[in-house]
Design a protein around this ligand. Structure first.
Ligand code: NAD
Ligand code: DAU
Length: 348
């Protein structure tokens, strides 16, 4: 039985990856390592927690001794590394927290994997899950490809870029077998409501202002999270060693257009008069260093591995909104406590 370590499996994307692997691969023993920060929640994976091939480990990837012990006890065959500090706005407030988890934490995992596997790399794989933000910002034209030079602008993207570089360096220097993916903006269920789509759904439900940064003319490429989990599964099993793949939705939206669409659907779902949610839109101070546009060219993963998004944006958004409306208890639970302080500070 293969032992697979998934880090950050109590977070948004990680929970979808853990669920997929636990259900699809009963022959794997899945270890979900998560520090349960504000963004990690065991409720996100409650449906699989009793499966015989699943084990949860609470721990911090920044703790080198703990990580080395974990690897020496379990002798993992593969690692899917998703644990990270992931919110750009928080990285502007506290960059060092991002260096600790995203850079030092990744280094600890790389060292543990290298030391464990160094005598025989055969059939081992370190999969680093990263972001398109490492490429910086596009103008109105063009797409990010796997060869676009790194040009990160926020402390978050700088920390992810740094971790990507270390992963590649461990591949080149020590022969560590790795794969790396850079993905665009995800949306879907279990998304913490500090990010645009779940934040605005939650605010519409509660009739609170919708804080659009700057003029709202910033563009993101949105991908349904379950399609990202499918791509991760494919790259882990079939991706070429030492290769990078871009993953994206072929689905660009200006923030303001996306927010207006969201408002329209929410009015219908909540039985509110047309235009009520849109009246909540409030233009606020821009995010410092705000990247104008992200858009992914996902040709390589499509040509080499046959992946493309399976869910249209209309369907994905519908499923996402329905999920939040049917899981208001989850929303209430995650928006209590320290979230309230964060929200007050960020939007006051
Ligand atoms: P998230 O913030 O929802 O979840 C992160 C998880 O990591 C949480 O469960 C948290 O508890 C855990 N974690 C944080 N610090 C930790 C530490 N020191 N030790 C152990 N666990 C820790 O993030 P997400 O949106 O699910 O993103 C997952 C990964 O995918 C990240 O690496 C992110 O950079 C990348 N990514 C995200 C997106 C996106 O749109 N959300 C897009 C592309 C790539
Ligand atoms: O591109 C991939 C990245 O997408 C991931 O690596 C990050 O982890 C993830 O958080 C996401 O980053 P963004 O900064 O693009 O996502 P966010 O949801 O924070 O913002 C999306 C856009 O909406 C961005 O242009 C900023 C804007 N925005 C965001 C918030 C939270 C607003 O206008 N108002 C808001 O309140």
């Amino acid at each position: 039985m293969k032992k697979i370590l998934i880090t950050g499996g109590a977070g948004f994307i990680g929970s979808h990856v853990v669920r997929r692997f636990v259900n699809k691969y009963p022959e794997y023993q899945i270890f979900n390592l998560d520090a349960l920060t504000y963004a990690g929640n065991l409720e996100n994976i409650k449906d699989i927690e009793k499966q015989p091939n699943y084990t949860f480990v609470k721990g911090d990837i920044v703790d080198e001794i703990f990580i080395n012990e974990l690897f020496s006890i379990h002798n993992f065959d593969g690692v899917l590394h998703l644990a990270a500090e992931s919110h750009v706005d928080r990285s502007i407030e506290d960059p060092l927290a991002f260096v600790k988890t995203n850079v030092i934490g990744t280094m600890n995992l790389l060292n543990a994997a290298k030391n464990q596997w160094k005598d025989n790399f055969y059939d081992k794989r370190f999969y680093h899950i990263s972001t398109d933000e490492v490429y910086g910002s596009l103008g109105v034209e063009g797409l990010f490809t796997e060869t676009t030079p790194y040009d990160p602008n926020s402390p978050y993207s700088a920390s992810k870029a740094s971790s990507d570089h270390f992963v590649r360096a461990y591949g080149e220097t020590y022969g560590l077998p790795y794969v790396l993916t850079n993905c665009s903006n995800n949306y879907g269920s279990y998304h913490f409501p500090e990010k645009l789509i779940p934040l605005f759904i939650n605010n519409i439900i509660n009739n609170k202002p919708l804080p659009v940064y700057g003029d709202g003319n910033y563009t993101r490429d949105w991908l349904f999270v379950e399609d990202h989990a499918i791509a991760i599964d494919l790259v882990f099993h079939e991706g070429k060693n030492h290769e990078t793949y871009n993953i994206g939705g072929f689905n660009e939206w200006k923030n303001i257009d996306l927010v207006k669409l969201l408002c329209q659907i929410m009015d219908q779902k909540l039985g509110r008069p047309e235009g009520s949610s849109q009246s909540l839109i409030t233009y606020v101070k821009d995010r410092p260093g705000h990247d104008l546009r992200y858009a992914i060219d996902a040709t390589k993963i499509n040509k080499e591995l046959g992946w493309k998004p399976s869910v249209t944006f209309e369907e994905g958004l519908e499923r996402t909104i329905n999920w939040y409306l049917n899981n208001e208890e989850w929303l209430k639970n995650v928006t209590s406590g320290s979230y309230k302080d964060y929200y007050k500070k960020q939007y006051s």
